[in-house]
Design a protein around this ligand. Structure first.
Ligand code: PHB
Length: 375
């Protein structure tokens, strides 16, 4: 939807083909932290007013090691901040504005298939309400997520995949309670990682590291709250307001990159090409930088006929992708309990946190990455 906006603003006709219904997309609980560059981009498109009214600027985060907290002050270290404003809310703002402008979005498209990606006239076929349809285009943008069809159009002898599966998941709970802290708390603890996050002053989002294939329904709310409170600083544990969960789910953690991000007239963006574990809050932000590069490249193609930027798209996007993959992997490795880790790995993890707690240089590197590398 963001790519669609950027293209319309540049006068480039496009159609969004969405597998789900608008209601489904607007009800999904998704990520919540956006980088400064992401919020600046939304503002520049005139999509920042509800975000600035209802979102929350965070100038730092708390990191806790074995219940002992320290703060990383982004504003002070790099003069940049992040914004807590749900991806679901951004999606609503994009739909409202796109539908309001009359830009075409096909919802509930089934059996989407890409055709003639490398030669001839590219087109997409799909069914809506039992009716077959096709759309021809100069270019196809594969923004259909990790489980979408686009990436599979790249032949396996061309595609190179890089993957790290982590031996645990995150169990997330959303509850209508005031957040325990006005900023996020990332906690390392021998029992496992925990994260205290939020959506608004009466909506909290909490996560605990769990066994990868845990069935969320097998945990009662009380078990979740008890486990969460064991892993976070005392002060937070004792002041936390608990209540019934309104959503509880388990997410696996993985790092994944597929190269190249371009094949013929198909350009991949976001989770269609790469996945990061949620620890660095990078997933949505990376999709934004990908489509920003892609929109710039397409604008050049339609304004002066040059395809140079389109040819460079994959390499340019991947340089930023790999840095976010590194940062998310670093945060994940530093903060989680790896049950197969030996004594040496354990000491390295302790030392990484001790160094971060005491070094302005280390905190500056974290702040630079967390608030977002430039794009
Ligand atoms: C969230 O609020 O859902 C959230 C925040 C920070 C993360 C991951 C998820 O690193």
């Amino acid at each position: 939807m963001l790519l669609s906006h950027l293209l319309w603003r540049a006068g480039i006709e496009n159609v969004v083909i969405e597998q789900r219904s608008r209601e489904y997309v607007e009800a999904r609980v998704r990520a919540g932290v956006i980088e400064q560059g992401t919020s600046d981009l939304l503002r520049s498109l005139g999509l920042g007013s509800r975000m600035d009214r209802e979102g929350f600027v965070h100038e730092g985060v708390t990191i806790s090691n074995n219940r002992s907290p320290f703060r990383v002050d982004f504003k002070h270290l790099v003069d940049r901040v992040v914004m807590v404003y749900g991806q679901t809310e951004i999606q609503k703002d994009l739909y409202d504005s796109g539908v309001g402008a009359g830009w075409p979005i096909v919802f509930e498209a089934e059996d989407v298939q890409l055709h003639a990606v490398t030669e001839g006239q590219p087109f997409v076929s799909y069914n809506v309400g039992g009716e077959a349809a096709t759309i021809e285009a100069d270019y196809l943008a594969g923004c259909d997520g990790f489980h979408g069809v686009s990436r599979h159009a790249i032949p396996s002898d061309v595609k190179r995949e890089y993957e790290r599966l982590y031996p645990f998941g995150w169990m997330g709970v959303l509850s209508e309670t005031p957040p325990v802290s006005h900023e996020l708390i990332y906690s390392r603890h021998p029992r496992g990682f925990a994260l205290c996050s939020m959506r608004n002053p009466m909506l909290s989002r909490y996560y605990i590291q769990c066994v990868a294939d845990t069935d969320a329904a097998s945990w009662t709310d009380q078990q979740f709250w008890d486990e969460l409170r064991r892993r976070i600083p005392d002060e937070a544990a004792s002041s936390m307001v608990i209540g019934p969960s309104i959503e509880k789910s388990v997410t696996p953690l993985r790092s994944y990159v597929a190269e190249p991000m371009q094949w013929g007239n198909l350009y991949l963006a976001g989770d269609a090409a790469h996945i990061v574990p949620p620890t660095g809050a990078k997933g949505l932000n990376l999709a934004f930088s990908d489509v920003y590069y892609l929109a710039e490249a397409l604008s050049q193609r339609y304004s002066n006929g040059s395809t140079t930027a389109l040819e460079d798209y994959g390499a340019k996007a991947l340089r930023r992708v790999w840095k976010a993959v590194r940062f998310s992997w670093w945060m994940t490795t530093m903060l989680h309990t790896f049950h197969d880790a030996g004594d040496f790995e354990h000491r390295m993890q302790e030392t990484e946190l001790d160094y971060l707690a005491g070094s302005v240089a280390a905190q500056t590197a974290m702040a630079e990455n967390y608030t977002g590398l430039p794009f």
